[in-house]
Design a protein around this ligand. Sequence first.
Ligand SMILES: Cc1ncc(C[n+]2csc(CCOP(=O)(O)OP(=O)(O)O)c2C)c(N)n1
Ligand code: SF4
Length: 301
Amino acid sequence: MVTTKEMPLKEYVLKGNAACAGCQDMVALRHAHKALEGDVIQVVPACCTSVVQSLWPKSGLAIPVLNTAFMAAAATASGVKAALRAKGNDHTQVMVWAGDGGTFDIGLQALSGAFERRTDLLYVCYNNQVYSNTGTQRSGATPLHAQTTTTWYGKAEPEKMLDLIVAAHEPAYQATANSSYPRDLYDKVKRASEIEGPKFIHIFLPCPQAWNYPVERGVEVGKLAVETGYWIMWERIGDEFKLGRESKRFQDPEKRKPIEEFLQLQGRFSKLFKPKKDEKKIKELQDFVQHRWDLVMRTFT
Ligand SMILES: Cc1ncc(C[n+]2csc(CCOP(=O)(O)OP(=O)(O)O)c2C)c(N)n1
Ligand code: SF4
């Protein structure tokens, strides 16, 4: 794995941008761009990242960016790739950087089309499990029982298993990542950039504004997602599946921390603990952890 010292010093995500304090999207984006070393055109649908990069004169990214409509990121990126090819440029990467709303929900059709066409494209979904930019509405990625402005008493449905939908397109490369493990993320973006074809990286990242935890605890929240087994780190090159070393020991349910440790830190789950502990709902979320493990392992191994 790359060491921090080995990463390029050059910054492509600029200081003083419009992101909230403690934004983990910026941590992930910063390391992804270091891995790509600037030879990239980024396509961004409407989301927090589009605000960060477009607020003139404080544009937050020092790379070419194309802002596009909420539902159209993968289709736009397909066009950018075709234009580069027409100009004889085969080296510049095209990367979509889209939120979960823009991927799980409104952009899914465009993503499916681009992958079915085997477009040489890196699609990154940064999953903060909510429509953050417009004030915390639920998305298809919002977990069961999480409070949002459209699910005041907690979401009634579990999150969509997007990775399985993407896997059905048989991408050339597919991985999960987490903003609390930036060196792993760096390696995955680099590896993906060396493979031709449709590539998908799904990054779990906490959002202090929407999840309501103290800004300085973002890394801890992200790590707890892995240590409770709630988020699984893995990579798949073609058909070859590899469980990430961060998640390996948590395949054993006995080694996992209780899901409560992850939930308790976040205001969006406060109704599970106050005015009194809701053991039934907490158990449903605990059971979901094993459910995801079963689905992932059954599908890929
Ligand atoms: C067709 C359309 N509907 C709604 C919007 C308003 N809108 C802009 S960003 C956004 C939320 C984006 O959520 P997500 O993709 O999860 O990214 P995040 O804000 O969390 O970064 C919405 C609803 C829009 N721009 N276009
Ligand atoms: S709302 Fe969340 S994802 Fe958006 S800029 Fe703020 S911290 Fe980052």
